[in-house]
Each structure stands twice: as structure tokens, then as C-alpha cells.
Design a protein around this ligand. Structure first.
Ligand code: NAP
Length: 228
């Protein structure tokens, strides 16, 4: 018997790095305050699942509201409303997938830091990249990914002059992978991680069932600042 599978949400990362040094963090904190970019981050990620490393979670100081905060760590992170601990990257992904499909969201987010961007890069179909024009900068966390035009294309790009509470000018570019990864999962994969979602999954996996031997091919799916 083949197990029916359904399409998983697409994975997007969102990152702000310095130009030209690709620095994203200094001593566990962001190297700048950019209110406009934080508001952009909030607008893009709200109501979605967000995956982050333990150090980034600690630097935030609290779970981000109106998002499912999934925190990767080898040590248990206490569960709280809208916080889930993931002991490894696959657990993080399936927790984010579960939240997303039950919430009807087609996209989930990887929000850093350096280690976590690297771990998930192979899954990333879209990147929201903020380049901060702050000049040379030293830091201990970097995002050095190069976006080769053979593999990535920009869907939008906008330059920002510093508004009130923005330390520097910056540019926000949205890049899509030319050949996106389409991930699929079966109901059983979800139940192995969280049996309590059985009844809620039933409607999703049953909804488009078209009968034995006639299953459709899945369609491609496409001290923290107050601003967040
Ligand atoms: N500019 C931006 O857009 C941006 C965005 C986010 C973060 N940042 C900055 O980035 C810096 C933090 O980055 P970072 O790379 O040092 O830390 P991080 O990626 O936030 O967290 C690293 C931690 O994640 C956990 N982890 C990593 N791989 C794992 C795996 N395979 N399995 C289980 N757990 C795993 C480990 O936690 P345990 O040690 O607990 O096991 C590890 O210490 C900070 O300065 C932050 O401000 C910048």
C-alpha cells in the first residue's frame, strides 16, 4: 500500500546582514537598530511558524508574539504557549510543518542565527535579504551565502533611507530559488511526532481523496525591540 502524501509549506529565510562584511550579529545581539526593517520582519513572519537557534531565542528574550516559535537546542527548552523545543533539525521542520498545515499556511520561516541558516539552507526556496549599508563591521555571526543568478532571481528590491529609529540606510531584496524544493509528507510522519493531531489531520488528508488507485499528483506549492 502506498501512503498518501500532501505538499508541505515552502521554507523561507529572513536575514539582515551588513554590507560589505556579511555580519549578522555581535556578542549575541543585532549590530544595529533598524525599526523599519523590524516592522518588515514582523509583517512578513506574523501568523507563521518560525524556526530559530537557541542563541537567537535567548537574544530575543521572549517568544515572538503571534508566531509559533520553534527553538532548536540539544537541551530541552521549556514548552510554553507558542514555543516548541526541537532537539534536531528534522523535528524542527516537522513541528513547523504541522503548525503550518493546521493553520492553513503555505510558508514557514527560518529566522537564524548563523548556524541555523546554514543547517536549513538546502530547504530554502525564498530569502528576504536586508543589506545594511553600515560600512566595515566586526562581528561573530555571519551570513555569507552568495545568490548566484543561475539559481536565484530577485522578485523585488527596494532601497530605504534611514527613517526615524533606523541607524543606517538599507536595501530589502526578495529572492526566489529558480528550482524550488517541493517537500511531501504522509499523515503517519506527523502522527509519529504528535499523535494528538490525528483528528485534525484526518480532514486534511481525507479532503481531496479521490479513491484507491486514483490519487492526484500533488500540485506545486509555491532585550528585544518592541517593533517585533
Ligand atoms: N541579522 C539577522 O538577521 C539575525 C537573525 C538571527 C540571529 N542573528 C544573530 O545571530 C547570532 C546567533 O547566531 P549563532 O549561529 O551564534 O546561534 P543560533 O544559530 O541562534 O543558535 C545556535 C544554537 O542552536 C542549537 N543548534 C544548532 N544546531 C543544532 C542541531 N543540529 N541540533 C540541535 N540544536 C542545534 C544549539 O543550541 P544548544 O547550544 O542549546 O544545543 C546551538 O548552540 C546572534 O548574534 C543573533 O543576534 C542575526
Amino acid at each position: 500500500m502506498t501512503l498518501r502524501k500532501i505538499p508541505m509549506p515552502s521554507v523561507t529565510s529572513i536575514v539582515a546582514r551588513s554590507y560589505p562584511d556579511n555580519i549578522i550579529g555581535v556578542d549575541g545581539q543585532l549590530p544595529w537598530h533598524l525599526r523599519t526593517d523590524l516592522l518588515h520582519f514582523k509583517r512578513v513572519t506574523q501568523n507563521h511558524a518560525i524556526i530559530m537557534g537557541r542563541k537567537t531565542y535567548e537574544s530575543l528574550g521572549r517568544p515572538l508574539p503571534n508566531r509559533m516559535n520553534i527553538v532548536l537546542s540539544q537541551k530541552e527548552v521549556p514548552d510554553a504557549q507558542s514555543v516548541r523545543w526541537a532537539r534536531d533539525p528534522e523535528t524542527a521542520l516537522i513541528l513547523a510543518d504541522t503548525h503550518s498545515i493546521l493553520a492553513g499556511q503555505k510558508e514557514l520561516f527560518v529566522i537564524g542565527g548563523e548556524t541555523i541558516y546554514k543547517l536549513f539552507f538546502k530547504f530554502i526556496n525564498r530569502v528576504w535579504l536586508t543589506e545594511v549599508f553600515c560600512g566595515p563591521l566586526n562581528g561573530d555571526a555571519k551570513f555569507e551565502q552568495v545568490f548566484d543568478s543561475q539559481e536565484w532571481y530577485p522578485v523585488s528590491e527596494r532601497d530605504y533611507s534611514p527613517a526615524e529609529n533606523d541607524d543606517w540606510p538599507f536595501r530589502i531584496t526578495c529572492l526566489n530559488r529558480r528550482k524550488p524544493l517541493h517537500r511531501m509528507r504522509s499523515r503517519e510522519e506527523f502522527l509519529a511526532v504528535d499523535p494528538t493531531v490525528r483528528s485534525r489531520l484526518d480532514s486534511l488528508f481525507g479532503a481531496s481523496r479521490v479513491g484507491a488507485g486514483m490519487e492526484k499528483q500533488p500540485q506545486a506549492t509555491k532585550q528585544f525591540p518592541m517593533e517585533l
